[in-house]
Structures are given as C-alpha cells and as structure tokens.
Design a protein around this ligand. Structure first.
Ligand code: ATP
Ligand code: MG
Length: 180
C-alpha cells in the first residue's frame, strides 16, 4: 500500500485545485516559510479522518476552508481526495486502488466517500484500523509536536493528551452549547 496522489481544493492555502503525485519511495516537499508545506500534511491527515481542529493547527474545523486573501474571496467548502495503491490488499477493500475523499462546507455539513460512494466517518476509521495510518495511526507527526509535548506544562500538556484521547472535540462542543 502506498499513496499515489492527493487532490486538494479549497483546503487552507489551496484555493485552486491542486494535484500532488507521490513517488513510490520518497517524496519531499520544499518551500520557504509559510508556503503551505505543513498544510499538505494537514490535508493528508484530514482526509484520513482527523477530527481535532487543534492538531490541524486551527481553532475550529471551519478553519481548514480557504479563508480568502485581499485578492481572493473565501471558499465555501474544502475538499481533499486521496488515491491509495491497494494492490497488496493492505486495506480491506477488494480493489487495486482505493480513493477516499472528504468535503466540508461552511455550514458544517460534511461528506466522506470511499471509491466514489458516500460513507460515514466510522467506515473511513475502520478502513485504516490496524494499518498504522488514519486518524489514530500516529504515523503523521506534526511540526513541533514532539517539543510541544516535552516542553509544555500544565494545561497546555493536558490539551495535547485531550486531543490524542479524542476528548477535545467534545469539550469544544460543550463550550459551544454553553455559549448558546
Ligand atoms: P514553515 O516552513 O514555516 O513550516 P509551511 O510551508 O509549513 O511553513 P504552512 O504552515 O503549511 O507553511 O502554511 C501557512 C500558511 O497557510 C499561512 O500563510 C496561512 O495564512 C495559510 N493558511 C492557513 N489556513 C488557511 C486558510 N484557511 N485559508 C487561507 N490560508 C490559510
Ligand atoms: Mg511547516
């Protein structure tokens, strides 16, 4: 199993449809500071089901949608599509290629697909379970994540563990409900 390509559209700093082709062995992304390199790994984790806005370096999930620049209007949705080579059937889907996609509208409505068919987040999670990939796979380590855990103390460190334990999403929902 390996990633073949990823299409990013309306996600963070990618308002134009952008297709990245991954080499079978190694792909390096280079660019100056603030160019969007980390946004690519964010897109990768997002399409694999990441639910923590903080670990995607935002405050709320809507922050992944292109928010506009002085010259460009904000987008109404973000979408990412990941094409995975599955010739070795590492994913439990009987096809040589598995295409997963995720779309999020500003309204909060979201859509997940596996090989073009609408599905639930639960099925995306199940697809990657036990493969080391996916939301709980920890195969993608964000920039500064290690030093953040080591160097931070008190409530900040607690936030990291809340995120890893999947609690932060519910805390955010609780806070939202309390503010209503
Ligand atoms: P560094 O080398 O410093 O790690 P980088 O190449 O990893 O930089 P990123 O963190 O991927 O850079 O990208 C940061 C840029 O993405 C910032 O300019 C920020 O404004 C932009 N960005 C993040 N979210 C959005 C959004 N929702 N809409 C538009 N631009 C966004
Ligand atoms: Mg970066």
């Amino acid at each position: 199993m390996f990633f073949k390509s990823m299409e990013i559209y309306g996600f963070k700093s990618f308002p134009d449809k952008t297709i990245l082709h991954f080499d079978k062995r190694m792909t390096a992304v280079v660019g100056s500071n603030g160019n969007g390199k980390s946004n690519i790994s964010d897109a990768l984790r997002w399409v694999m089901g990441e639910q923590g806005a903080k670990s995607l370096r935002g405050d709320k999930m809507e922050d992944v949608i292109f928010h506009g620049t002085v010259r460009r209007k904000p987008m109404g949705f973000a979408s990412v599509t990941l094409t995975i080579d599955n010739c070795d059937r590492a994913l439990r889907v009987d096809s040589d290629e598995v295409v997963i996609s995720r779309k999020l509208y500003r309204s909060g409505e979201s859509e997940y697909k596996i090989n073009g068919a609408k599905t639930l987040l639960k099925n995306i999670n199940e697809l990657f379970m036990g493969t080391g990939l996916g939301r709980d796979g920890y195969s993608v380590i964000g920039q500064g994540k290690v030093s953040e855990i080591v160097e931070s103390g008190g409530s900040k460190r607690r936030e990291v563990f809340e995120e890893a334990a999947g609690v932060s999403k519910f805390l955010a929902q609780k806070k939202d409900a309390e503010n209503k």
